[in-house]
Design a protein around this ligand. Structure first.
Ligand SMILES: NCc1[nH]cc(CCC(=O)O)c1CC(=O)O
Length: 293
């Protein structure tokens, strides 16, 4: 029996159920164990309660205490610092990593009027949307995906920006009025991907998770997360990153695009490197972004 710890939110439950079903299809018995985190019980701005890490620390504690055997995380909410005794046993196939606009009356970004009220609490989205120069009024929001969409339906906001992956997992893709091109808005590092965490010495669980692994996604998100980790060493700026394995002339290559929001605008760079060194690529692009400052 594999005990899978999950937060209770609709998105977390959808992700956990998806992983549980993949494991059951491989012949494993899986039990879902609900875990409550500070991020779920508090309405305070995330920066005040410790950032997105609040969603994962309770799950990690439960893993280390042997109360659960695996935890399913949205990789974009998983801090990059490694935890002693834990490892990402599998990184499965990724959903579409892009951000989307959910706007009233089916509007796209370019159709929103100057001064239109757009909800997002993410410094990464704010920096990149402001850099577009559309004169949008950006306002911080929190809450689950349903309540954010409801703010548009209720007329409180003209639009919200969300991760396409979250809407896909909740069956709400019909709400999308525009998928944002990464040339305009780069997603968060790891967006759309799941990380399945387990104890590093749990050989049985590591074996069970192995078939869920997607090596190209692992390489891509490793580069994105390394870029973030290297940048955080120097500053806490809004960061977008998106990597992909693409077929080059001499075989597969890893491409990484990065965006760093700063006073005066957003810096963007891209670079490529060998698929087997995502850490080197992430570090190199981060250092290049920092050198430009
Ligand atoms: N910040 C919360 C969060 N964490 C993961 C997702 C969506 C799913 C994903 O990116 O994997 C979301 C919602 C959103 O940003 O719209």
């Amino acid at each position: 029996m594999i005990r899978l710890g999950t937060r209770r939110s609709a998105l977390a439950t959808a992700q956990a159920t998806h992983v549980a079903e993949s494991l059951r299809a491989l012949g494993h018995e899986v039990e879902l164990v609900p875990i409550v985190t500070t991020g779920d019980t508090s309405r305070a701005p995330l920066e005040q309660i410790g950032g997105t890490g609040v969603f994962v620390s309770a799950l990690r504690d439960a893993l280390l205490a042997h109360e659960i055997d695996i935890a399913v995380h949205s990789l974009k909410d998983l801090p990059t610092a490694p935890v002693d005794g834990l490892t990402l046993g599998a990184i499965p196939l990724r959903e579409d990593p892009r951000d989307v606009l959910v706007a009233r009356d089916g509007l796209s970004l370019g159709e929103l009027q100057t001064g239109a009220l757009v909800g997002t609490g993410s410094p990464r989205r704010v920096a990149q949307l402001e850099a577009l120069g559309l004169g949008l009024e950006l306002t911080g929001i929190r809450g689950n995906v349903d309540s954010r969409i409801a703010m548009v339906a209720d007329g409180k906001l003209d639009a919200v920006v969300l991760a396409r992956a979250g809407l896909a997992r909740l069956g709400r893709l019909s709400e999308v009025t525009e998928t944002l091109d990464p040339i305009q808005v780069l997603p968060a590092p790891g967006q759309g991907a799941l990380g399945i965490e387990c104890r590093a010495d749990d050989a049985a669980v590591l074996t069970a998770l192995a078939p869920l692994e997607d090596p190209a996604v692992r390489a891509a998100v490793t580069a994105e997360r390394q870029m973030l980790a290297t940048l955080e060493a120097g500053c806490t700026a809004p960061v977008g990153a998106l990597a992909e394995v693409v077929e080059g002339e001499d075989g597969p290559e890893l491409w990484l695009r990065g965006a760093l929001g700063q006073e005066g605008g957003v810096r963007r760079l891209s670079a490529n490197g060998p698929v087997d060194d995502p850490h080197g690529l992430g570090r190199a692009l981060a250092n290049e972004l920092l050198e430009q400052t």
